[in-house]
Ligand binder design. Structure first.
Ligand SMILES: [Fe+2]
Length: 456
């Protein structure tokens, strides 16, 4: 927290309050009169010239008086330096917490050493450095020395360093994979899992990135709804026809019966027999047929497309040695060697890389995802970013980089290539958000950023 970030925060909160007052069709004078607050104080808060306590008092008075949620109007203070936050290896070491789990002797003994790495309150993830303190001598998934958790609400992707066993439990069947440096995984929420070391003289380490996806951000509305109703509305991606669940949600939203939809399609001159079969779930629609249904509902074809999930896809294991990687930006200028970590089509914007930093200049990256890097090599790497900033990432240091911030990495002159784990996860800048934004009047778009300051 710096004086300038505090000033920016107060300005952003003031703009947000003005924005909300506009939506409520209240002028600052009307706000002041209705809330019993002095008009000059309301103006000072809106202009970002009052202190945080005054701004909070005004926000609370507004949420008491009007049907608005504090969660919708509160903005967190930016804890980054122009979009980047770094944590040193020493700070990481200082956050060590050892957790015990039951063992085969019936008692409890050390299992994990958990340490924080770079985290920001603006980021959707909490990346952790976890040393596996329990050592096993086999790959038996039912080993009584292995303590499974109950799975968790967050998605997880893991980067492995050293000899680590990865265990997971799918519908009561347990699995074990022997992992080594550079291997990676993806774990779907609520799949129980565990990690152990294989070598007492070389304890294994994982960099575990857990993150809340779209469901995490919808938790307020999800928790207010009936779980059976939610289940029925969602269906199961492992079911035979996720298209029908998408269609059902659109029919519910439109309060339209399948018969009425079929009649619309027939009226538009389409094949009755074919659409009868499709709407009854007896025939898989082609993309063209999906587009015709979408037209009849005044929605986009992609609104009716969902990808099936097959059993077993809940956990992905990726081996480092099956992939040589690729040069970035290209073979003529191989600033980085990128090896893709575990991918799943069900989290399309989860992009992990094992990065070898070859260049001494650092070719730029820029994208709409939250990025995390951890230096797992033996050499320093330079991180430079937007605004002319640059910092050295020593071995064990980590960094968070906000979406849309241009940044790059360079190896130190005359030293070996740098080694980074890089994990990108989506925040709220989803394709739906970009498509909606892309439809806005171009002349008004800069007001979106100006009035909230959180978008870009
Ligand atoms: Fe986990």
């Amino acid at each position: 927290m710096t004086p300038s970030s505090q000033a920016l925060h107060l300005k952003a909160l003031g703009a947000r309050i003005l924005n909300e007052a506009n939506d409520l069709k209240r002028t600052p004078e009307a706000l002041a009169a209705e809330l019993g607050i002095e008009s000059s104080l309301v103006h000072r808060v809106i202009e970002g010239r009052a202190d945080l306590t005054s701004a909070l008092d005004l926000l609370h008075a507004m949420t008491n008086k009007y049907p608005i949620s504090l969660a919708d109007i509160w903005l967190d203070e930016d804890d980054t330096v122009d979009g980047v936050k770094i944590m040193s290896a020493a700070e990481t070491a200082g956050s060590s917490r050892v957790f015990e789990r039951r063992d085969s002797h019936g008692g409890k003994s050390p299992y994990y050493d958990y340490r924080d790495t770079a985290m920001s309150r603006l980021a959707p993830f909490k990346p952790e450095w976890i040393e596996e303190l329990r050592v096993v001598s086999n790959d038996d998934p039912d080993n009584p020395d292995v303590a499974y958790n109950n799975g968790h609400f967050l998605h997880q992707t893991t980067f492995f360093i050293g000899p680590v066993n990865f265990y997971w439990d799918l519908q009561g069947k347990r699995h074990c994979a022997e992992m080594n440096t550079g291997d990676s995984n993806y774990i779907t929420p609520f799949v129980p899992h565990s990690f152990t070391s294989r070598d007492p003289n070389n304890l294994g380490l994982i960099i575990a990135i857990t993150y809340a996806g779209q469901v995490g951000r919808a938790r307020r509305e999800l928790s207010a709804a009936d779980v059976d109703a939610l289940n029925a509305e969602a269906g199961d991606l492992r079911g035979v026809n996720p298209f029908l669940h998408r269609l059902d949600r659109h029919l519910n939203a439109e309060s339209l019966s399948p018969e009425e939809l079929r009649a619309r399609l027939v009226d538009a001159g389409h094949n009755e027999q074919s659409f009868t079969e499709i709407l009854a779930g007896r025939k898989e629609p082609t993309y063209l047929e999906i587009a015709l249904v979408a037209d009849a509902l005044a929605v986009r074809p992609q609104d009716l497309v969902a990808a099936n999930m097959t059993r077993g896809e809940e956990v992905v294991v990726k081996r480092r040695d099956i992939d040589l990687g690729r040069n970035f930006p290209d073979n003529n200028n191989p600033a980085y060697r990128l090896v893709e970590l575990a991918r799943t089509k069900h989290q399309p914007k989860l992009k992990g890389f094992d990065v070898t930093v070859n260049g001494e200049e650092g070719s730029p990256f820029q994208h709409s995802l939250h990025e995390y890097v951890y230096n797992y090599g033996d050499d320093e790497v330079h991180l430079h970013w937007h605004g002319g900033h640059s910092k050295t990432l020593a071995p064990g240091d980590s960094a968070y980089i906000r979406p849309m911030i241009e940044h790059g990495f360079a190896r130190k002159a005359k030293s070996e290539a740098g080694k980074l784990v890089m994990i990108r996860v989506p925040g709220q800048l989803t394709d739906d958000v970009f498509d909606e934004f892309a439809a806005f009047e171009i002349s008004g778009r800069d007001r979106v950023a100006r009035e909230t300051r959180r978008w870009f």
